[in-house]
Design a binder for this molecule. Structure first.
Ligand SMILES: *[C@@H]1O[C@H](CO)[C@@H](O)[C@H](O)[C@H]1NC(C)=O
Length: 310
């Protein structure tokens, strides 16, 4: 008799092995400092590595790296900050960021951890936003941006814990705000800004395959045990993700090799455009950011590690 092979072969386990481990004093060896003008038109002056170090905007220790902004000086021409981009490009894999702290929920700020196809014309090689929010936000926004021809279906079978906001990943999709892409709002109340910090931070993870892009957020007290740093990791055991991008989208075509970016900008295309919720602190975003250095003392990232698995 013939046995159907599929009935006796266990399903393949998609476990990942460590490719890069950026942490502690070697963290910055994996990154370049971007010091050009902000492509998102923020009221910011991104610093070179030498300038960032001399102004104490970055400080490295054995266990973590501090990446902050100028909170001491008035800044009539834009506030000094840091944007780092990975030297390497990545196509598919598992990306895990452990943060002890991220920029707090503060009017004027727009911090993000994201990837983009920097070797092509944006957004032809796609953009994947893992951590993003503005002003006094306390809930993370996960999103994906593409050229025309990629949408997610948001059906129950592709379930996610977060709330689906927009389905079309195309930046020019009719019926969506320009550049919205497809997006999901985190379900966790400690996923962003001040409540994230109060809870001791946590881990963000993004898994990118030919079939989907999934993203997880784990508060400090709920990090999967296979992320303890000792061996392979398997997101199949991590439970339902916060965001789950899959549907009518050829992921291999819409997403090229990505560079990983961590930055804090101010105002600009998003935070500058929606100032209403912050009107009580100042008449406009740029003026507020220029004149109130002290409110940005908590606008820093403290990274425990960034690990990339294949
Ligand atoms: C990453 O590097 C740090 C510092 O060298 C080390 O303590 C940790 O065990 C490494 N993690 C993995 C998964 O190799």
């Amino acid at each position: 008799m013939f046995l159907a092979l599929s009935s006796i072969v266990p399903s393949v386990v998609a476990s990942y092995a460590l490719l890069h481990n950026f942490t502690g004093t070697s963290f910055l060896s994996g990154f370049n400092f971007f010091s050009g003008s902000d492509p998102t038109h923020g009221f910011v002056r991104y610093q070179s590595e030498a300038d960032a170090r001399s102004q104490d905007l970055v400080a490295v220790s054995d266990n973590s790296i501090y990446i902050g902004v100028d909170y001491k000086n008035k800044a009539p021409n834009g506030r000094a900050s840091v944007r780092i981009e990975s030297k390497e490009l990545y196509k598919k894999g598992l990306f895990v960021l452990d943060l002890a702290h991220m920029p707090s929920s503060t009017c004027g700020t727009w911090p993000s951890f994201w990837t983009w196809g920097s070797e092509g014309r944006w957004p032809d090689l796609g953009e994947i936003d893992i951590i993003e929010g503005i002003h006094t936000n306390t809930i993370n926004a996960f999103s994906v941006h593409t050229a025309e021809g990629c949408s997610i279906d948001g059906k129950g079978m592709f379930c996610a814990l977060g709330t689906l906001k927009t389905l079309n990943c195309y930046i020019g999709a009719p019926g969506q705000l320009s550049n919205a892409g497809c997006g999901t709002e985190a379900s966790s109340p400690s996923s962003f800004g001040s409540p994230f910090n109060a809870a001791g931070g946590g881990v963000y993870a993004m898994e990118w395959t030919s079939q989907f892009i999934k993203m997880w957020f784990f508060p400090r007290n709920a990090i999967p045990t296979d992320l303890d740093g000792s061996g392979t990791v398997d997101p199949a055991g991590w439970g339902t993700p916060q965001a789950n991008f899959q549907g009518a989208c050829d992921f291999d075509k819409m997403f090229g090799e990505q560079r990983i970016v961590l930055d804090t900008t101010f105002c600009g295309d998003w935070a500058g455009a929606v100032w209403d919720s912050c009107k009580k602190v100042g008449s406009d975003c740029n003026t507020y950011v220029a004149n109130n250095p002290e409110v940005f003392k908590e606008s820093y990232w403290r990274v425990n590690y960034l690990r990339i698995f294949e």
